[in-house]
Structures are given as structure tokens and as C-alpha cells.
Design a protein around this ligand. Structure first.
Ligand code: ACO
Length: 325
């Protein structure tokens, strides 16, 4: 009997503080920087984002999303035998946020680790979990993307600080004799490290280098549309499907123009594009599972639908996962 991976449940969580573009514009004005709701909406599609309170960590956000995903899958902590947390904003240098999350969820013993692929983190984590489930290493996995990107934003740099938000999204994956995850496709090209990075680190008891996010937005934009189309096509080819088979496109939520450009290249009507960037901003590794959960809970995505999940981000990393939900 073939062994596949299916999504058994989804969950998500946003910290309560919602910051509109107007709120942010007022905060930046106090620093002598000019921005506007109109500029942010026109260039990105973002209207608001959520910021976590200063004492709230990525694992705190992840706990809520994971509990919701477990509830929707009808499973409890004792049923989970693998935890992968995709994050670039972990609670500490070490141990991993996944271990901290595991303890908060009341789970012990199963493997738990962080996966760092920035905004592609969730599709990377899904792919790793799928491999571990299909090979029999795991049977029921929690895969969560959680970020507190507000911690690495330079609020004196209007070109980046208006783009990102905090949040978490999770899925419970389980072994099944029916697919499930149909195909995956992952890539990285480290020569683009400099176009999107947080170049600082901790050394000798001090922060060395710049601990804030740096981005060449136009370079990222140009790369993103091309690689997202390539990854989607590669995934479809591996699964023996065509773009006409996709019911819902759930790309990384960074910029509405990149998302719509990708949908167009896949000849998908825009009402089949799941959009949460307007309310969440770019939540990096959390953006895809957050969007997935929002669309599932609103009743748009139903069992049997075919979903194309696509990530792109720092590294440069990119990838896609095609799944029958
Ligand atoms: N408010 C007002 N004006 C601004 C702002 C702001 N917040 N930010 C920049 N501007 C100004 C610039 O200074 C510039 O002014 P100038 O013409 O006088 O020099 C003008 O607006 C245009 O700036 P551009 O950078 O050319 O604007 P662009 O249309 O490229 O949009 C953006 C910028 C939104 C960042 C876009 O390039 C983008 O979305 N890139 C992709 C980002 C992305 O997808 N990231 C995903 C990966 S994220 C991850 O992996 C963590």
C-alpha cells in the first residue's frame, strides 16, 4: 500500500494589536519619515498588519495556531510524533523554538526542530515533513510557521518597515493511503544573499553587524515572479497535472502585485488567489499557513480541492507544494 501525507487540520493566530497603514504613518511621522496609506496600498496591497507585544515570542504565537490545528484535526498532544517550526525569528539563539513550542504544547519525546528558509520556510518544512511521513519516520506531524518580524524591522527605514507583520499558521499532517501532498519542488541560490538579509549576529556577548532587515525590493520583486512560475510548473509536471487542475493558489503573501503576476502566468482567475496580505502584511514563514487557514475557515477551500502553495524569500529560496486537500 502506498503511503502519502494529507493535511488533517489547520490553525492560525494573529497577535491582537492591529496596526493600520494610518497608524504606522503617524508613528513614522513622529520619527520624521513620510509614508501614506495610499503609497503602501498601491505598491503592496497591504492595509494593516499585526504586531506582537514586546514580551511575546514566535513560540507563543505558534502555540495558539498549533492548538487550533490539532483541534481541527481531532488529535491531541499525545498523537504528535514530529514538530517542525519554520521561523527566522526564533525565541533564542538556541534551543530551537520548536523545542520551546513542544514543551508549551505538553508534548515530550518526539523530534522537534526549526527550519530556516525565511519566507519559503513553510513550503520547505512541508516538504521535509512529507518525506519523513512517507518514509515511515513519522506518522502525525505538526508543521508551523511563526514569526515576530516586528523585532527585526528598522522603524527608521520606511522602505521595509511598512511591509511586514507578526503571526503564526499551522497544519497537522498525517500518513494516509490517499494523497495528500502530490508533489514538491524546492530551490535555493545563495548568490542572492545580499538582496534580502538581516546581516547581524551575536558574538562575544555583543550584537555584531546590523540586526535589522535589509532588502533590495526591486531585485526581490524581479526574481520572485519568475521563480514562482517555474516552481509551480515543475510541481505540476511532477504530479502529472496542469494549471487548469489548481483550485486555489496560495502564494507567500508579500506583495499583491507579485501574487497577481504569478496567478496571471498560471492563467488563474484572480478570485482563485487566496489573499491575506491586505490584513496580515508579510508574515514570512507564517504567511502561507495563515492564508490557508483563513480560506479553510471561511469555507472557500473544501476537502478535495487542489491547492498550489508557493514560497519565495531570503536566501534566495523558493519552492512549491501541490496538495489535494
Ligand atoms: N512610503 C512612501 N514612499 C516610499 C516608501 C514608503 N513606505 N518606501 C519607499 N518609498 C519611495 C522611495 O524612496 C522611492 O522614492 P523616489 O522615487 O523619490 O526615489 C519611491 O517610493 C519608489 O520606491 P521603489 O523602491 O522604487 O518602489 P517599488 O515600486 O519598487 O516598491 C516594494 C517597493 C514594495 C518594496 C517592492 O519593490 C516589493 O514589494 N518588492 C518585493 C518585496 C518582497 O516580495 N519580499 C518578499 C520576500 S520577503 C522575505 O523573504 C523576508
Amino acid at each position: 500500500m502506498n503511503r502519502y501525507t494529507r493535511i488533517a487540520g489547520t490553525g492560525s493566530y494573529l497577535p491582537p494589536r492591529r496596526v493600520t497603514n494610518a497608524d504606522l504613518a503617524a508613528e513614522l511621522a513622529a520619527r520624521g519619515l513620510e509614508t501614506s496609506d495610499q503609497w503602501i496600498v498601491e505598491r503592496t496591497g497591504i492595509r494593516a498588519r499585526h504586531f506582537a507585544a514586546p514580551d511575546v515570542t514566535s513560540s507563543d504565537l505558534a502555540v495558539h495556531a498549533c492548538r487550533q490545528a490539532m483541534e481541527s484535526a481531532g488529535v491531541g498532544p499525545a498523537d504528535i510524533d514530529l514538530i517542525i517550526m519554520a521561523t527566522s525569528t526564533p525565541d533564542m539563539v538556541f534551543p530551537s523554538a520548536a523545542c520551546i513550542l513542544q514543551n508549551k504544547l505538553g508534548i515530550a519525546g518526539c523530534p522537534a526542530f526549526d527550519l530556516q528558509a525565511v519566507c519559503s520556510g513553510f513550503v520547505y518544512a512541508l516538504t521535509v515533513a512529507d518525506s519523513m511521513i512517507r518514509s515511515g519516520v513519522a506518522t502525525r506531524a505538526l508543521v508551523v510557521g511563526a514569526e515576530v518580524f516586528s523585532r527585526i524591522l528598522d522603524f527608521n527605514d520606511r522602505t521595509t518597515c511598512v511591509l511586514f507583520g507578526d503571526g503564526a499558521g499551522a497544519v497537522v499532517l498525517e500518513a494516509s493511503d490517499q494523497p495528500g501532498i502530490l508533489a514538491t519542488d524546492l530551490h535555493a541560490d545563495g548568490k542572492h544573499v545580499g538582496i534580502l538579509c538581516v546581516p547581524g549576529t551575536v558574538s562575544g556577548g555583543q550584537v555584531l553587524g546590523d540586526p535589522f532587515l535589509k532588502m533590495d525590493g526591486q531585485a526581490v520583486f524581479k526574481l520572485a515572479v519568475g521563480v514562482l512560475e517555474d516552481a509551480a510548473r515543475a510541481t505540476l509536471a511532477k504530479a502529472g497535472r496542469t494549471d487548469a487542475d489548481i483550485d486555489w493558489l496560495i502564494p507567500h503573501q508579500a506583495n499583491i502585485r507579485i501574487m497577481q503576476g504569478t496567478a496571471k502566468k498560471l492563467k488563474m482567475p484572480l478570485d482563485k488567489l487566496v489573499v491575506t496580505v491586505d490584513e496580515h502584511g508579510n508574515t514570512s514563514a507564517a504567511s502561507i499557513p495563515l492564508a490557508l487557514d483563513v480560506a479553510v475557515r471561511s469555507g472557500r477551500i473544501r476537502r478535495g480541492d487542489t491547492l498550489m502553495l508557493e514560497g519565495v524569500g531570503g536566501g534566495f529560496t523558493w519552492g512549491a507544494v501541490l496538495v489535494d486537500y
